[in-house]
Design a protein around this ligand. Structure first.
Ligand code: XIL
Length: 383
């Protein structure tokens, strides 16, 4: 709202200056006005533009200024995950997540909670006994209920929405849900139970289902099935989060557009929740890597060549051209990080590489990727 206001004030001032110099013969139209120079100003109030951060970034002054200046939404990269909030049964640790909430409040940013139920970064005791066997259904359900209720209640009025369940859908062929500790203990209805517990804890908070590769046909159909099943149980899902860990050429923009349309047809909003464009070869993990793969696996240690940086800028531009085709449907786009020095892709799927997937380089300088995004957001038709 205020960003929109800021832009309007700039426009009025510009219009006044133009009038003064042209004796008001012509009124300034939007095409002659200066473009916004920050993502949040360019997005105005039609779109949340977010980033994932770590609480420690807030103690890096230049970085914190960039975050506050550019984004109007923020996700804790790790701080809101179950192992961060309740590593030990019954002992909740909210300090680092609370720091992020305070920073967001000071800088007029929305906070997105990530995540309540996930098979990674969750303490084992939630769904398994000490020997690794699934807990009895009632015990696991009670653990899940207590985690969700306590966490959602703590952040009531501070978090706009929660990734209630992350990555529940199976990648493989005909399997529907992924085999996870929560599912083994509780059963297939663990997903609906999570949505029920979250809604009961705070009827006003938005509830999201978040996953990767759900833009691809196959997993997309499974996600549509999940949305329908939740709806049939009387549960509310406000948005589907497509993670958006993408590459320079894959998946095609058309595939992403088709998926947005398919999810929108189910009556939910669509968020792009963890956007980054990997420029390194998607080398297979750990022991499976061959020597040949290793040699070619880390080619841009000295910096990203201009042609690849340009191609990445074009890629971001074409993705945002798709997103802005869906005003009111695609209502948030969150990058998974801010500058290339702090991306998880420096350590995934191989540790210790030099990746360049984001909008700013390691010196916090904007890349062609930034230009690609802001150009689209600045277009009058952009959303
Ligand atoms: C990543 C974090 O960025 C890393 O710091 C952490 O070591 C592993 O998790 N999908 C998700 C995110 O939903 O939570 C993951 O975040 C990246 C993949």
């Amino acid at each position: 709202m205020i960003d929109q206001l800021d832009r309007k004030i700039v426009r009025w001032c510009c219009a006044a200056i133009v009038c003064a110099f042209s004796t008001c013969a012509i009124a300034a139209d939007s095409t002659t006005l200066p473009a916004a120079t920050t993502l949040r100003a360019a997005a105005g109030d039609r779109l949340l533009i977010g980033t994932a951060i770590m609480a420690s970034h807030l103690r890096e002054p230049a970085h914190a200024r960039l975050l506050a200046g550019q984004f109007n939404a923020i996700t804790g990269g790790n701080e809101f995950k179950p192992d961060a909030l309740q590593k030990i049964n019954g002992k909740f640790t909210f300090e680092r997540a609370d720091e992020i909430v305070s920073f967001a409040r000071e800088n007029r940013m929305q906070v997105i909670g990530h995540t309540l139920v996930w098979h990674n970064q969750s303490p084992k005791w939630l769904y398994e006994d000490a020997a690794g066997k699934p807990l009895a259904r009632e015990t696991a359900l009670e653990n899940m209920r207590r985690h969700i209720t306590t966490v959602v209640t703590h952040f009531k009025g501070k978090v706009k929405g929660w990734d209630v369940v992350n990555e529940a859908i199976s990648d493989g062929g005909n399997d529907y849900l992924r085999d996870t500790p929560a599912r083994r203990a509780i059963g297939d209805d663990y997903v609906e139970k999570a949505f029920e517990f979250a809604r009961n804890a705070d009827p006003d908070v938005e509830l999201y289902y978040n996953d990767y590769n759900i833009e691809l046909p196959g997993k997309r159909e499974k996600c549509v099935r999940l949305l329908r099943e939740l709806k049939a149980k009387g549960l509310r899902v406000d948005a589907v989060g497509i993670q958006g860990h993408w590459q320079l050429k894959h998946p095609a923009a058309q595939v992403i557009e088709d998926a947005i349309r398919a999810f929108a047809a189910e009556g939910v909003k669509v968020h792009v929740t963890e956007l980054d464009i990997d420029v390194l070869p998607r080398t297979r993990q750990g022991a499976e890597i061959t020597d040949t793969e290793k040699e070619g696996a880390n080619p841009y240690v000295a910096g990203l060549p201009a042609d690849i940086a340009g191609a990445q800028g074009d890629r971001y531009r074409s993705l945002f051209e798709v997103f802005v085709k869906f005003p009111g449907v695609v209502t948030r786009i969150t990058f998974w990080g801010s500058h290339d020095g702090n991306t998880w892709l420096n350590d995934w799927p191989v540790r210790g590489r030099t990746n360049h997937p984001l909008l700013w380089d390691r010196q916090l300088q904007p890349k062609p990727a930034f230009d690609g995004v802001i150009d689209v957001l600045n277009k009058p038709s952009g959303g």
